[in-house]
Design a protein around this ligand. Structure first.
Ligand code: ATP
Ligand code: MG
Length: 236
């Protein structure tokens, strides 16, 4: 059974239909990427999955449980972490407090400490700045903090929305390296990325989303070779 399965999921904002009968699954251990143009519905797919937005219809199953109707804060407790688009860290809280907040709902103090130390290992700059207010970090550092905060809930599945958006190439590479490393450690990843080429190289499989519908799915490797994908998303 897939770790995450969306079946016939539709979602809308008032009268605006954003997702139309989406079918998508992520197996345990996979990195799966969702690519698509601006406004295609990528963010909406992640928000619907994590319960921030309520699906209009369809089924969402995670780790054997039905997610529809489960509030977002309970979804985190089931092992699904969502690192949203646009950083969304708490700017007045320190780096450490932001990470601790990611672990809210966990009671294994030692485990939390270990996971936070792991974040500092992967992103040493966050360790150096642990007592600094989140809002004073650079954009790239805030991006790392957002990813670190999602890691601190020790998720089975990590939903990442544009983790490299607006970052310098060096930071982009670091973020992708960390995603690969987390995946090697057993974290399953559903990744939304503007940088389709890097995302498809990293991912085992991918889905192409066009105006709220999945139009293509294949291995990352095959999608990279697909002419339609190349002209629409890879600038070739
Ligand atoms: N809060 C909202 N209210 C109304 N419409 C919305 C809202 N959020 C998104 N939409 C619309 O839903 C559609 C899908 O948006 P979504 O944010 O999921 O796209 P996306 O694929 O993540 O795009 P991007 O690459 O620009 O982040 C768009 O047409 C968008 O205008
Ligand atoms: Mg988006």
């Amino acid at each position: 059974m897939a770790l995450l399965e969306l079946e016939n999921v539709s979602a809308s904002y008032g009268s605006i239909e954003a997702l139309c009968n989406i079918d998508l699954h992520v197996e345990a251990g996979e990195i799966v990427t969702l690519i698509g143009a601006n406004g295609a519905g990528k963010t909406t797919t992640l928000m619907t999955t994590s319960g921030i937005l309520r699906a209009k219809s369809g089924r969402i199953r995670f780790d054997g449980k039905d997610l529809i109707g489960v509030p977002a804060h309970e979804v985190v407790g089931l092992g699904l972490a969502h690192s949203p688009e646009g950083r969304r860290i708490f700017s007045r809280m320190t780096v450490l407090e932001n990470l601790e907040l990611g672990a809210f709902g966990r009671s294994d103090k030692e485990g939390i400490q270990k996971d936070i130390n792991r974040v500092f290992e992967l992103f040493p700059i966050l360790g150096e700045r642990r007592h600094q207010a989140g809002g004073t970090l650079s954009g790239g550092e805030q991006q790392m903090l957002a990813l670190g905060r999602a890691m601190a809930s020790r998720p089975k599945l990590l939903l990442l929305d544009e983790p490299s958006l607006g970052l310098a190439p060096l930071f982009v590479h670091r973020i992708f390296e960390v995603i690969r490393e987390l995946n090697r450690e057993g974290v399953t990843v559903l990744l939304v990325e503007q940088n389709a080429r890097m995302a498809l190289k990293l991912a085992h499989r991918g889905y192409v989303l066009e105006t709220g519908r999945i139009t293509l799915t294949d291995t990352g490797e095959n999608l990279l070779k697909n002419e339609r994908v190349q002209s629409a998303y890879l600038g070739e």
